[in-house]
Design a protein around this ligand. Structure first.
Ligand code: NAP
Length: 313
């Protein structure tokens, strides 16, 4: 796996590993196995949140397990650790107010057993809190050394622009990474995502990211395993020609379809009108091994353009 130097100075592997279900539906043994394999294959970019996975437990499991693993392996300095604040836990506590951020950063540091977070995301927007309060609080965390860089997830682009304008004017640290849902399949036209915040990246967002030179961490990029098993396709996605195409093209190339989706995402920036994209997914050790075969694929620019056009005429 190659490393990418992001404009904010973080050096991350070209694939990020999702730890959402670690310690809840993913056992400690399997989580350790996949984490060890990912690191052995050159990965360093781990993704968690202060609320994973509250719908399957308390919401402390993922950070707690990652903290144990970091301590057991003694590898904190080799990992780029991303966590998040702002979503609810058991229906309560969503928000980006000063007291919330200050409380949850210390909880995340405690659970993760570290004194700094490399990338701290606002997990979703909080329209009820003044942007200035949120950005000033985040900036203070950076000044104190608790956080190295800031990101957003599940924000409208105009809200990210407003926040960064204000940060620039006031001398606060801006958001420098966006985490949003993007996969090869297109969402059905006019169908709202299952959760309002969970928008799939569209053309306007891609233009925004390119203009701002902001990398995209594309979460849920494997559509929950639908490329291998189309019966798992989330309802808001269009399967059709694009799904059939990727499955056939992957078979021709001798890889599983998810591996080709990953290769497509990683290479899109070469076309010039796409941001740098870092695919983020969860996987079992065997799925991870298969999916990383995508890193060996060579995709020409013509092939990338062809893939983009499928099902879009
Ligand atoms: N910012 C946000 O709001 C947000 C939201 C959601 C997730 N995330 C982050 O994104 C990460 C990934 O989310 P996700 O797990 O929902 O992503 P996903 O990419 O949509 O799905 C990953 C799932 O696909 C299946 N899969 C992967 N490789 C496969 C293969 N080779 N063959 C067959 N199935 C395969 C596995 O499901 P099975 O294990 O069931 O086989 C795996 O758990 C999370 O861990 C979290 O860190 C962020």
């Amino acid at each position: 796996m190659k490393n990418i130097l992001l404009p904010n100075g973080l050096e991350v592997s070209e694939i990020a590993l999702g730890a959402m279900m670690f310690g809840s539906t993913t056992s400690k043994q399997e989580a350790y196995e996949v984490l060890d394999m990912y690191m052995d294959m050159g990965g360093n970019f781990l993704d968690t949140s202060n609320n994973y996975a509250h719908w399957a437990g308390t919401g402390d499991e993922s950070e707690t397990l990652l903290g144990e693993w970091l301590r057991d392996r003694g590898c904190r300095d080799r990992v780029v650790l991303a966590t998040k604040v702002g979503f609810d836990r058991h229906g309560k506590g969503a928000g980006l107010k000063k007291e919330q951020i200050e409380y949850w950063i210390d909880e995340s540091l405690r659970k993760l057993g570290t004194d700094y977070i490399d990338l701290y995301y606002a997990h979703t927007d909080d329209p009820d809190t003044p942007i200035e309060e949120t950005m000033e609080t985040f900036d203070r965390l950076v000044q104190k050394g608790k956080v190295r860089a800031l990101g957003t997830s599940n924000f409208d682009t105009w809200r990210v622009a407003e926040a960064n304008c204000l940060a620039n004017a006031k001398g606060f640290t801006p958001y420098s990474v966006m985490q949003q849902r993007l996969s090869y399949l297109n969402p059905k036209f006019g169908v709202a995502p299952a959760y309002a915040f969970n928008e799939v990246v569209g053309r306007e967002r891609l233009r925004f990211l390119c203009d701002k030179n902001m990398p995209l961490v594309s979460y849920a990029c494997l559509c929950k395993g639908a490329y291998e098993d189309p019966s798992r396709l989330p309802a808001e996605y269009e399967g059709g020609e694009r799904l059939q195409f990727i499955r056939e093209r992957a078979a021709e190339k001798g890889v599983n379809p998810s591996a080709l989706v990953i290769a497509w995402l990683i290479n899109l920036y070469r076309l010039g009108n796409f941001p740098r994209i870092i695919p983020l997914f969860s996987a079992t050790p065997e799925q991870l091994r298969q999916n990383l075969n995508g890193l060996e694929l060579t995709l020409t620019e013509d092939e990338l353009r062809e893939m983009n056009q499928i099902g879009c005429r």
